[in-house]
Design a protein around this ligand. Structure first.
Ligand SMILES: [Zn+2]
Length: 607
């Protein structure tokens, strides 16, 4: 599997795909010192520990340890095998690698996916054509135009119309040679039961193409023109379409989101499109399901702050709270825009225009605590004395949960002002509630405390201080990565005598790498390791160690080699001595003596 693509082609692909550009498509990077940092796309974090080293063309996360070169990155983030990652990046820079006919399962899966993508592309174009250019599409066309959708917007989003027919798309796909059962798996067709003939899944609906991160159509959202149920129908989960990991319009909005460092999260596709038409280009939406943890992380990778712009009904409020919690956990600053009662963002924009939407709704978005207080407030009739007191109590509970004293103070003052209460009195009351919460919370913490103590002991056990010999082995490998001559010397003197198995394996690969005539180049060496994920990570980790010039001196190199060899001998001695002891206990004197003889030269060498 690996190695089918010629080595020099792999290298050409690697050299033309700058790691900064490739990683930059997924991670927002900021320069710190010589390197660039961003939030790790492979684990959840609030402060950036994911580093890209442009000079070495490698990345490394200091949080979760993921590391490697540009191929490793694409393999991990797109879930590809090594050859697929090479093809992916080759395509990116326009290098043509002829594909060999493969028979492996991966190859089959890839072909099926390609066929599904091709079908989606064709069907999207067909739906679009039906909407704009045919009599069948006139009702849908009028529906959209009546909703003030402009032609340019319909074209930009590739909106379409599915005919009121059970087999129009089925015939269309069949005629073009697509396998109907595959098209059913792709979500374009349905069938009643296993043995019946497939039919068109979407009929008589306005079609919204849904794209993946690379802008390819992978699914559809479909809306009825009348009152039929369900009002919205989405493609099912398919090998192309993972609802929990994609966001509607992200491929189009990404650049705007990055630039503004802010995303606007809507509930519906129409809201996103309507906002786009009104000049708000950083809008995205989840795909007919509530926001997921993966989506929250995806948003955080692109923006620091998010405005939730949901409907003002009860369902919308609950969805906003849930979404806000996930986004905060992912490290976003969250604001909530409040729509007037009974309006969704699309209604509002149509009635008041984009400028007013920006000024009145987006700019007036509440901070999350304000929004929570606002929602609590709406549950009470504040002109009633008792209700008012209940509201104040509940508000104080909410304020007490805020982690920052400055924030708590801010909202306490607001509350005191509004209800003409003395600030002292209200602070006193809040402290009382705070203490109660703490007491209640402490019981919970106790439980956590137990877990923590177990966890922390394991943590310590797993991360002991590195013994000196490990450091010496590491430095030796780092030096070898930088110099073919050093590698040659190490090969002659140390050979395979590394105590750590992975180090011995890396050394062996380095000997071979240079023997095959390659130049020192960390990222290239990592390509050379290809599928050996553990070694790739180890190599990238070592590559991040900076080598100062003085360390390259022959004397220091000698010292390292000495140290590594001696340690290797020491470990051999320990092992033999244990064996000797075993034989002595068993009364096998002959074996014990044999081992003693073996030990003599080893011990002498250590002196
Ligand atoms: Zn990480």
């Amino acid at each position: 599997m690996a190695g089918r693509i010629p080595e020099d082609v792999i290298e050409q692909v690697r050299a033309q795909n700058d790691i900064m550009d490739v990683v930059g498509q997924y991670v927002h990077l900021k320069k710190t010192g010589r390197n660039y940092f961003g939030l790790c796309p492979f684990h959840s974090e609030k402060s950036p520990s994911f580093a890209v080293h442009p000079d070495k063309q490698i990345f490394r996360c200091y949080g979760c340890g993921e590391s490697g070169n540009v191929f490793s990155f694409i393999m991990k983030i797109e879930g590809l095998e090594f050859p697929e990652a090479v093809h992916n990046l080759a395509q990116r820079v326009g290098i043509d690698i002829p594909r060999e006919e493969g028979t492996s399962e991966n190859e089959k899966a890839r072909k099926r996916k390609e066929s599904m993508l091709a079908a989606h592309d064709l069907v999207a174009k067909l739906y679009h054509h039906l909407l704009l250019n045919t009599d069948h599409g006139s009702r849908a066309r009028n529906y959209l135009l009546n909703r003030q959708m402009q032609l340019a917007t319909i074209e930009e989003f590739g909106l379409g119309y599915s005919l009121e027919s059970w087999d129009f798309i089925t015939h269309f796909l069949e005629k073009r040679g697509f396998s109907l059962s595959l098209m059913e798996e792709a979500g374009l067709l349905s069938r009643k039961d296993k043995n019946s003939r497939p039919f068109d899944r979407f009929r008589g609906r306005v079609m919204f193409p849904i794209h993946d991160s690379q802008g390819r159509v992978v699914a559809f959202g479909a809306r009825t023109l009348g009152d039929e149920q369900p009002k919205y129908l989405n493609s099912p989960e398919t090998p192309l379409f993972n609802k929990s990991q994609l966001l509607f319009n992200l491929h189009r909005a990404r650049a705007h989101i990055r630039r503004q460092q802010e995303a606007i999260l809507f509930e519906g596709y129409v809201d996103v499109i309507s906002a786009w038409q009104a000049g708000v280009h950083n809008g995205i939406a989840s795909l007919g399901t509530s926001l997921t943890e993966q989506q929250a992380r995806l948003i955080r990778r692109n923006a620091e702050s998010v405005i939730l712009c949901y409907d003002s009904d009860q369902a919308g409020i609950e969805a906003a709270f849930k979404g806000a919690d996930l986004l905060v956990a992912a490290g976003c600053t969250v604001k909530v825009a409040q729509m007037p009662k009974g309006m969704d963002p699309d209604d509002y924009i149509r009635q008041h225009g984009g400028e007013k939407f920006k000024q009145e709704i987006l700019l007036n978005a509440f901070s999350l605590p304000s929004y929570r207080l606002q929602v609590i407030r709406s549950r009470y009739a504040l002109n009633d004395e008792t209700e008012r007191m209940k509201f104040i109590h509940e508000a104080l509970e909410e304020i007490s949960r805020l982690p920052s004293a400055v924030e708590r103070d801010h909202y306490l003052r607001q509350l005191a002002d509004e209800f003409h209460l003395s600030l002292d009195a209200i602070k006193q009351e809040q402290r009382k509630i705070f203490k109660q919460q703490k007491k209640a919370g402490n019981r919970d913490n106790l439980k956590d405390g137990w877990n923590n103590s177990i966890d922390s002991s394991r943590y310590v056990a797993e991360k002991p201080m590195l013994p000196a010999y490990i450091k010496s082995e590491q430095y030796l490998l780092v030096l070898m990565m930088h110099s073919a001559e050093i590698a040659e010397q190490v090969q002659a003197k140390v050979g395979a005598d590394f105590a750590i198995e992975d180090h011995a394996a890396l050394a062996a690969h380095l000997y071979r790498y240079y023997a095959e005539g390659y130049e020192p180049d960390v990222a290239r060496f990592i390509s050379y390791l290809q599928d050996e994920k553990r070694l790739v990570e180890k190599a990238a980790e070592l590559a991040t160690i900076d080598v100062q010039a003085h360390l390259m001196s022959p004397r220091i190199l000698e010292d390292y080699m000495e140290h590594v060899i001696k340690n290797s001998k020491r470990m051999q001695i320990e092992k033999l001595e244990k064996e000797k002891l075993k034989y002595e206990r068993m009364g096998n004197t002959a074996e014990a003596v044999r081992i003693s003889l073996e030990l003599i030269p080893l011990k002498r060498a250590l002196k």
